[in-house]
Design a binder for this molecule. Structure first.
Ligand code: IPE
Ligand code: IPE
Ligand code: MG
Length: 252
């Protein structure tokens, strides 16, 4: 006798299938280092140190998962408001990261780039960034962009200034400025927009990250604090992304 077909499965509309696609560009707001340390009774700086380890894991996982672009928020323009000692610690870790990780980054075919207001970073850090960018410029497996002293609004204002200067110099007409022209004046001119933004630590906000670029990004928020982030977490964010249906304003 054949099994009766369950009607329960056919009641209601079928679930919307997701696009099932893999993101080309993943952006991560690496948040929660301070709370991670606090929960363990440790100084915040230890949280930042473990956060740098989590970044190393994320970069490796992203390359293994075939992601083309990974952009991470390392330090925002607003983070300059933090106590001087914490900023010193963070800059120290950045120096260490740029010195110690560059061999592995290069060996793994990762291209490193930095976006943000570089003028606010110290000359020695700028030199380390220049060296790392030049050394890895030809790598194609994964493009890792680190946002440092970065703010989305500041980036948009900077682009507006660049365009205004071109208009003032008579190089372009004001009414020739369109979205493409604007996009070409952003730090991310030659990088596709993020498909997926992941934020750790339970906060559900964008905190001035890639405002223009994330107009149609999908968001995955996780409660996990950044130092606990693993390759499996990245995988689960990709699975969630694959289940989403993107519409870009078109009829579903
Ligand atoms: C993210 O962790 C790292 C930076 C912003 C530099 P936080 O330092 O913001 O950690 P929480 O959010 O205070 O836990
Ligand atoms: C965003 O985190 C910046 C980085 C992760 C580098 P914040 O901790 O600075 O953001 P808010 O203050 O919670 O919005
Ligand atoms: Mg935070």
């Amino acid at each position: 006798m054949s099994q009766p077909i369950s009607t329960a499965l056919t009641i209601g509309p079928a679930p919307e299938p997701g696009d099932g696609a893999a993101p080309r560009h993943v952006a991560i707001i690496m948040d929660g280092n301070g709370r991670w340390a606090q929960a363990k009774g440790l100084p915040r700086t230890i949280g930042h140190r473990e956060g740098a380890e989590a970044l190393r894991r994320a970069v490796r996982a992203a390359a293994d998962l075939g992601i083309e672009y990974l952009t991470v928020f390392g330090f925002s323009s607003e983070n300059w408001k933090r106590p001087a000692a914490e900023i010193t610690d963070l800059m120290g870790l950045l120096r260490l990261y740029l010195r110690r990780e560059i061999d592995e980054i290069d060996r793994n075919g990762v291209r490193l780039r930095v976006i943000g207001d570089r003028d606010r970073l110290s000359p020695d850090i700028n030199k380390l960034i220049d060296t790392a960018e030049a050394r890895t410029a030809a790598n194609r497996r994964l493009c890792l962009t680190v946002a440092l002293s970065y703010g989305g609004r500041a980036e948009i204002v900077r682009a507006a200034q660049k365009l205004a200067q071109k208009v003032a110099a008579g190089e372009i007409a004001a009414d020739s400025i369109d979205e493409d022209a604007f996009q070409r004046c952003l730090f991310t001119a030659d990088i596709p927009d993020p498909d997926l933004v992941v934020r750790t630590s339970g906060e559900k906000r964008i905190s001035n990250f890639l405002l223009w670029q994330c107009a149609y990004a999908e968001y995955v928020f996780m409660d996990k604090l950044w130092p606990d982030f693993s390759g499996e977490d990245l995988k689960s964010a990709l699975a969630e992304f694959a289940s989403r249906k993107r519409r870009y304003g078109a009829a579903g």
